[in-house]
Design a protein. Structure first.
Ligand SMILES: Cc1ncc(C[n+]2csc(CCOP(=O)(O)OP(=O)(O)O)c2C)c(N)n1
Ligand code: SF4
Lengths: 283, 390
């Protein structure tokens, strides 16, 4: 990792500057490559100094992403990225915090945290690379897998369980910004991430990101996705957003909702110095 | 029938032979092949059981608990981080005295993140109140899995069967799988006496005030101690049924009167058994293969150590800030023995580091040069570390 200075506002940082020297170990064709690239492009567009951004992940193929960026990274515990990111943001509200991982990490083992992160509405951006499978453990059904998918050795007759609806749940639980992208349309994902970061509160960006190894049929998502939620026409009314979701086939991309729910305010201003922080511990 | 099987598939087949009613699991390397194997047996109609694929290990252990409380024969399996996430439920299962069997495909615990084998995971839950049995090879894994259900049901205690991840779970070995009728005779259908039954309502898990908590803990502790002869008897019965024992509480291999002994758990015992075959007879060394770690077979250990001057305890885990886990327990157990051997504690094979045959002579040399009571990480490569960490 080179130590290029990152003075804010100079406009000098390119997407490449947000990439580390590590070569991703993802399978060729994995959707996560495009998501990594979109995150770095979004950072370049936002010109966030590298030392002012953090990417927190859980465990999974997708959760390897922090190591591939040059910003502060934290590859944590399976399912626990959101509370760790919450702690990070609470301690350093000045940082631009990303949380990133897979659908298994975020919606199964970490599902409880997902609901409460939406409720708490901490100002961070949660990027879920949704491939409807546990890639890392070699292809088991995840909460977003179709009930009749028979490709897993663990559930050869299909999981048989109604899929988890991340957008509906986020909307119900109080997330402030809800969007869906597709890794096959990376420039649009960049736009979604930029908007997500700019919007205060908890932002969910679900990125449909094919697992070409265990779900090769997902290559067809190029045909099934449709960008019908124009970001400039995002609904600001929850009722309307719920109605939009009723018509969603799971492949609509764009911004579903931009809300104005109260944002979690850390008790200390971003300028808090050590003395200020210590005051918080006075009984 | 003898056949070549991957360890995980052999364990899956052994579980199937025990006819569990409910299996719950969440995938984690290196456990995944076991539950995928069970899943295939269910899909193929070989097993008639409800396989619940859940959203975390916390749920897996909880589903197994609910099923066992309802009187079903329940099974789950996990590794590493999964065992850690289960730990609250593991205490609950044992404290409620609900029998079930869990396979721990032993793997290191992060951080740093590692998917490879050591035994830190099961050691971390040694105080949860489960019976813990360690297997040296896949035949033992099969036999111990079947025995585990019988032990669990006889003692109303859960049993964790520990098998080294990858080293056993992913290795092909010739395995004797017993016939179904042998297992059926050995493991008859089970009736859990405190089963949740609407006809006879009881409540599990109520709050226990200080007037009773100590007594509950005492009886749990004693239940584990009373399991010692059960574990031995069940192994004898298995031997009578199949001609094979799986190591009782512990097994001594090599010359009984050897003044030097090595105590270890798990697959490294198989490596050392082979190494000792070629060991010079003028330096007799015996192996103490500890199968039951909980309950700890203190008497059997004391007996095995008669005449031993130097005892090497080799473990695949450690208690940072203290040193050995097993070594310290062994030292405490031998403390009251006259002429107790000098105990030398070693950890090795952490996070998947290979335990080659050369390790044995190295350990012997290190113990003979070292001070009794000392603990060393035998295979650490200090030159890789900065000066201040050495
Ligand atoms: C507590 C715990 N349980 C299980 C695992 C094993 N595990 C690692 S990643 C993973 C699922 C990954 O799926 P997902 O989050 O969708 O990411 P992907 O690999 O598909 O990108 C599992 C089950 C673990 N590391 N920790
Ligand atoms: S297994 Fe799937 S999710 Fe993992 S790197 Fe390969 S394609 Fe990507």
């Amino acid at each position: 990792m080179d130590a290029k200075p990152t003075a804010p506002g100079t406009g000098s940082l390119k997407a490449q500057d947000y990439k580390s020297d590590l070569k991703p170990v993802w399978c060729p064709g994995c959707g996560d490559f495009a998501v990594l690239s979109a995150i770095t492009k979004a950072l370049a567009e936002l010109q966030v100094p590298r030392e002012d951004a953090a990417v927190v992940s859980g465990i999974g193929c997708s959760s390897r992403i922090p190591a591939y960026t040059s910003v502060y990274g934290f590859h944590s515990i399976h399912g626990r990225a959101l509370p760790i990111a919450t702690g990070l943001k609470a301690a350093r509200p000045d940082l631009t915090v990303f949380c990133a991982g897979g659908d298994g990490d975020g919606f199964s083992i970490g599902g409880n945290h997902f609901i409460h992160a939406c409720r708490r509405n901490v100002d961070l951006t949660y990027i879920v690379m949704d491939n409807e499978v546990y890639g890392m453990t070699k292809g088991q059904a995840s909460p977003t897998t179709e009930p009749d998918w028979t490709g897993s050795k663990l559930t050869p007759q299909g999981p048989g369980v109604a899929p988890f609806q991340p957008l509906e749940i986020a909307l119900s639980a109080g997330a402030n910004f809800i969007a869906r992208g597709f890794s096959g349309d990376p420039n649009f994902v960049v736009r979604l991430i930029v908007e997500a970061v700019r919007h205060p509160g908890f932002s969910l960006v679900q990125v449909l990101s094919p697992c070409v190894t265990f779900r090769p049929e997902q290559r067809a998502w190029k045909e099934t996705t449709h960008a019908d939620w124009a970001p400039e026409a995002a609904s600001t009314d929850r009722r309307e957003a719920f109605l939009r979701l009723l018509d969603d086939d799971g492949f609509t991309t764009g911004v579903l909702y931009k809300g104005h729910n109260p944002v979690f305010a850390p008790p200390h201003p971003s300028s808090a110095n050590l003395a200020d922080l210590e005051k918080g511990f006075a009984l | 029938m003898r056949q070549a099987l991957e360890g995980s598939q052999a364990i899956a087949r052994a579980v199937a032979l025990c006819r569990p009613g409910v299996v719950a699991a969440y995938p984690i390397t290196p456990q995944t092949h076991i539950v995928e194997g069970i899943s295939k047996l269910v899909a193929d109609g070989v097993m008639d059981c409800e396989l619940v694929s859940v959203e975390s290990e916390f749920s897996a252990a909880s589903v197994a608990l609910g099923a066992a409380a309802a009187g079903s024969r329940a099974y789950t399996a996990s590794s590493s981080q999964g065992i850690m996430l289960m730990s609250e439920v593991l205490y609950n299962i044992a404290g409620l005295r609900v029998p079930m069997v869990l396979t721990c495909a032993n793997r290191a615990v992060g951080a740093p993140l590692s998917i490879w084998n050591d035994q830190q995971d099961s050691m971390a839950v040694r105080d949860a109140g489960w019976i813990q049995l360690y297997c040296a090879d896949n035949q033992e894994a099969v036999d111990t899995t079947i025995q585990a259900f019988r032990i669990a049901e006889a003692t109303e205690l859960p049993v964790m069967v520990c098998v080294d991840g990858f080293v056993l779970t992913h290795t092909m070995e010739p395995i004797d799988l017993p016939d179904q009728d042998v297992v059926d005779a050995f493991l008859p259908p089970y009736h859990f006496a405190r089963m949740l039954d609407p006809a006879r309502p009881i409540s599990l898990g109520t709050l226990v005030d200080p007037a009773w908590f100590t007594e509950a803990r005492h009886s749990h502790h004693h239940a584990l101690l009373k399991a010692l002869p059960v574990i031995e008897q069940v192994d004898r019965d298995w031997q009578a049924a199949t001609g094979r024992a799986a190591g009782g509480l512990l097994e001594v291999i090599g010359p009984a009167d050897a003044p030097t002994a090595i105590l270890c758990l798990g697959s490294v015992a198989s490596t050392f058994t082979e190494v000792l075959e070629d060991h010079p007879p003028d330096d007799p060394v015996k192996l103490i293969k500890l199968r039951a770690f909980r309950p700890f077979p203190a008497e059997a250990l004391r007996a095995a150590c008669i005449g031993v001057k130097t005892l090497i305890v080799l473990e695949r885990a450690l208690s940072p800030g203290l040193g050995g886990i097993v070594a310290v327990e062994v030292q405490a157990i031998l403390a009251t023995v006259p002429d107790a051997p000098a105990v030398h504690g070693f950890a090795a094979g952490l996070g998947g580091r290979d335990m080659p045959v050369e390790l044995l002579p190295d350990l012997l040399a290190a113990a003979r040069a070292g001070r009794p009571g000392e603990f060393t990480i035998a295979d650490v490569q200090l030159s890789k570390l900065p000066e201040e960490d050495r």
